[in-house]
Design a protein. Sequence first.
Length: 570
Amino acid sequence: MDVILRQLLATISVTSDPKLEDVHWYLDDVLISRGSILNSQMEAGQYRLSAKHIFYDTANYELITEPGGTYEFTLPLAPVEGEITITSEPANAQIAFNSEVVGTTPLKVLTAGGKKDLSISLEGYEAQEDSFSITNENRQASRHYALKLLTYPVTVSFSPKGGTVAFNGKLTSEYALRKLQLPANTHHKILYSKPGYSTKEVEFKVRAGSANEVEIQLQPQYGIVEVYSEPEADIEVNGKPVGQTPKRLELQTVNQNIVLTRPGYLSVTRKVTPKHDSLTAVAVVLESEKDHRLRTAPDQYTNSVEMELKLNKELGSFTMGSERGEIGRRANEFPREIRLTRPFYAGVHEVTVGQYRQFEQSSQSPINANFPVTGVDWISAAKFCNWLSLKEGLEPVYRFIGDTLQGSDAAADGYRMLTEAEWEWLARKAGRFERTEFPWGDSKSIPKDSGNLADESAKSLVKSYIPNYEDGSPQLSEVGRYRPNRAGIHDLAGNVSEWTHDTLSLQPPPKDVVESDPWDAGSGRHRTIKGSNWHSATLSELRAAWRDVGSSTGDDDLGFRVGRYLYGGN
């Protein structure tokens, strides 16, 4: 029975053209097999055989089979035909399907069905690859590609560094341009500037497939600077010596630090920015250290022991001593032509007990701290001056080995006793048009409040007194109680006589010689005293020219006043 049934079946063998492994075979729309060849047995009858493939049109065949028949044939497949539209930005990109160039964008092309491997390329842009299929269900395809520019390394170097950079019109930094990635065939512009150099603009095009190096080197710019000074001075530019004034310099057009120096003068600094192809002048008047010290020094100051000192800078010439025939003149008052040029400070008051006690006790001094110190010998007064100088960081004037005076230094700026010339200048010439005979003027009648002298109240204490003169103090008085003289100095008349710096010389000075800032550098024991005191009543003692030798142990009517040069040096 089984054999009879097999003989009734028809046998078919169908091959697709082309042979495709993934053909789907249908018999009356029923999938019966897959592959390039259909081998099947079926009952005799009439059938519709279909071969389907996504890239081909469906092929149909009307098949009539008889029992036991064998049927072999080839069923041709026609490829699907579709349309592809491709665009790109930018256009003119080359299109290849399966490595075969088919045109450039924009492109519309008819093509057989199938899977398409697409590549799109344009010089200077990254190539792109894609794939798509034209099938019997999707016969049209559309693609748009935004192409990305290829970038290449660009290295930019600057010399000198530290300038201002503009890249394509926008400010940026040198660091940002150190390593760039830029599209090929693009054009760029760099503007680089720095003070002192010529500005440079560089344009460049990025080359594809090679290293791009851009070097920007600025050239320095120069200007002319002429430097003058009065007096001549040494010139330094940015710390380097370049010569003396007057001098013509070629300097780069950047900030230049020009310093002018000369011994004994204040250095002057000028900051100059030369102009390109232009002349800049620097003219300076140097100020001497002495003039600067004089200009900036206070007219009056109070020192570390509360001593007031007044600056004397309006100096000049006068005649010390007295002429023959002057009433009360003594033989040792030799006329001397004096010129004072070195500004000096003078104590407004005599040194007080309180001030001196900060140095050492004085057994002969009165108890009142505001009285002038008395009973002090010249050596002790000199040591007080040195002590005060060291206390205030000044150079001591007097040179001692132990208690022995070795000499004195006129170049020191420390405290000292006034020279005899300075004392007499203050007493009779400072603040006046003409030299006067007395500290208060030329009147032999003593004006009220001129000083603490031997007045009516002291007549029981002194050998002689001044009739009808009342000063309110029978003995010592506090410093500054009486009005100052025209130089602004108190007690140049009365209270106590004062030690001076000088030794007492009994030798007449040379004739027709002007002594400039006379200084006694000797170490002699016999020192000059000046000025009247509370014992004084005679016309001779009251005169500013009066001079005498002081006691080696000091007296109760003898004190001292300090002074000092404004600056050291001769």
